[in-house]
Design a protein around this ligand. Structure first.
Ligand code: ATP
Ligand code: MG
Length: 395
């Protein structure tokens, strides 16, 4: 019965999208819908008319796959599968709608209301008349069913257009705003659980995502790098294509290891990650950084440590999971399907150079003093790291 749906009506939030913003919002939403459907088998036409977005299914298509893809598009509040019928007179319409109700709702012990909309004004009945007539005929056809005009269990929408559109289901969408409506930010993407979730959460607010991964070969393997690419791919299912920068961080890490107190390694390393990420962010027009940090999760995420890493940044740093417990982050990771990939056991550069007893309350002045040991070569090393970045478009 699923393949009786020949179109989808897309519902989206309309708060704050008046005037010019509305166009931007709708155009971005259409672009993201097309992107999401590109990989789905079937041919689709996405159009905007009279403040609504329709997806017409021009060929056979996989219903479940299509709905899943649409559920990943930020900005969609509801997905309504639509049945098309030809306009062959009101009697025929009554027949079609009755059949539709019978298919969709085997249990008739429920309430409904007809909500007609006459987009084509030459239809002989106006919307009030359609509501009344159709409602009455359905009551005759299904003695058990009742009308509830205030809180119907089934809102039966009938839209008179060139064809007649019938729909009553609303599948919840991802919410948020279409990617591309709120600027761009640089995600520090590691192979862990938290950073893919952080990227997802900011993309959900309409922000386009670029990403940077710090790779430390041979201490971190090709497989660890591939894992990050795989994670970027999973985030891109929601955010659209991601430019993933892979920074070779080995020399900088070894240099810090050689020159600085080992209990400060993680903090100093993280400060250089932030600096390089900010440089790459500015280069590619990103207005902020994103990390997967959460207060107190590890030594490098205490309030003092966060202050120490934040201190090198001049653009905003978004930490959307800052107040989340690990389990709450895991729950999102499971929902967006990044968890299984994140828990694959490949080392990352932070764990390899980690000290046994890292400082948990770094003092910025002491950290800065340690960093003076790096003065001789660090600028050149950062330049080299930036000049040798490998950028992959992940989609
Ligand atoms: P995650 O699960 O995201 O890896 P984590 O709990 O392992 O986080 P840390 O390793 O302290 O925490 O990293 C904190 C944040 O710093 C990460 O969420 C990520 O944004 C960034 N980060 C850490 N390591 C890297 C890396 N190798 N490349 C890019 N970003 C990194
Ligand atoms: Mg990590």
């Amino acid at each position: 019965m699923k393949n009786m749906f020949k179109a989808f009506l897309i519902k989206y939030g309309e708060i704050g999208i008046k005037g010019k913003n509305r166009y931007l919002f709708e155009d971005a939403l259409i672009r993201q819908i097309r992107y999401a459907l590109a990989d789905v088998e079937g041919e689709f036409d996405v159009t905007k008319e009279q403040g609504r977005i329709y997806i017409e299914c021009l060929s056979d298509y996989d219903y479940d796959e299509t709905v899943d893809a649409l559920k990943r598009v930020f900005g969609i509040v509801g997905i309504c599968p639509v049945v098309h019928v030809e306009d062959e007179g009101f009697e025929k319409l009554v027949e079609e709608v009755t059949a539709y109700m019978d298919w969709m709702y085997p249990d008739k012990n429920t309430t409904f209301k007809v909500s007609a909309r006459r987009a084509r004004k030459n239809y002989p009945l106006d919307s009030m008349e359609i509501n009344r007539e159709l409602g009455g005929r359905l009551l005759e056809a299904f003695p058990e069913i009742r009308v509830d005009v205030h809180k119907p269990a089934i809102m039966l929408n009938v839209e008179i257009r060139q064809k007649i559109y019938i729909y009553s289901e609303i599948i919840p969408g991802a919410g948020g705003m279409p990617v591309g409506t709120n600027g761009k930010a640089m995600l520090l993407l590691s192979g862990g659980i938290d950073s893919p979730v952080a990227g997802y959460m900011i993309a959900k607010r309409g922000v386009k995502i670029d990403a940077t991964y710090f790779h430390a070969p041979p201490y971190t393997s090709e497989r660890a790098k591939q894992k990050v690419i795989d994670l970027a791919k999973l985030v891109a299912r929601y955010s659209g294509p991601i430019n993933l920068n892979i920074v070779n961080f080995t020399d900088i890490q070894l240099y810090i290891y050689e020159k600085c107190p080992h209990d400060e390694l993680t903090i100093i390393m993280r400060r250089y990650m932030m600096k390089i990420s900010e440089h790459l962010a500015k280069e590619s027009g990103c207005q902020a950084l994103i990390t997967g940090e959460s207060i107190g999760q590890v030594a490098s995420q205490t309030m003092q440590s966060l202050a120490a890493t934040n201190e090198v940044c001049t653009i905003p740093v978004f930490r959307p999971v800052i107040g989340f417990d690990k389990q709450e982050i895991v729950d999102i990771a499971l929902r967006i399907d990044t968890y299984e990939t994140s828990i694959q056991p490949y080392e990352d550069c932070c764990t390899i150079f980690v000290a046994k007893h890292p400082v948990t309350k770094p003092n910025i002045n002491i950290i800065k003093r340690s960093e003076r040991n790096l003065e001789e070569k660090i600028d050149e090393m950062m330049e080299t790291a930036i000049a040798t970045v490998e950028t992959i478009v992940v989609e």
